[in-house]
Design a protein around this ligand. Sequence first.
Ligand SMILES: [Zn+2]
Length: 139
Amino acid sequence: MTRVHNETRYPEHEVAELVRFAIDRSRVDLAEVKVLPEALPDEPTKPPGRGWVDPLANGTCRITVMPKSHSYLRDYNGPEFLRGSAANPFPVYAWQDWRESLVHLVAHECEHVAGERDESRCERAAVATLEAYQAERTP
Ligand SMILES: [Zn+2]
């Protein structure tokens, strides 16, 4: 059972449900997910939210979600490190709100905890989970 520490002002039950949605579609379980208040990136082309695995405790990750009322389109106009290579490109996606950023970022970090080191592969798995979430939300 994953411990979810919600340090945002978003509702506990909703944050926990979104974390669960992402973990249930991954190959691993996570020991702990800490969801932190949003912070805007220092460059506008970077995603407005990020995730990272605790280097001292694999299976524990931290997520900062996208700020409320923001949206984000990740396309091929961003910085080179977010584009991947021609043979292994990063996928294109859009976040409509903080919920989608949370599902995506948890799914991405699950891939790292499962042992994946290729960012492009982590992103493709995360976008598949994001799209499953978006499909469920759309009536
Ligand atoms: Zn990554």
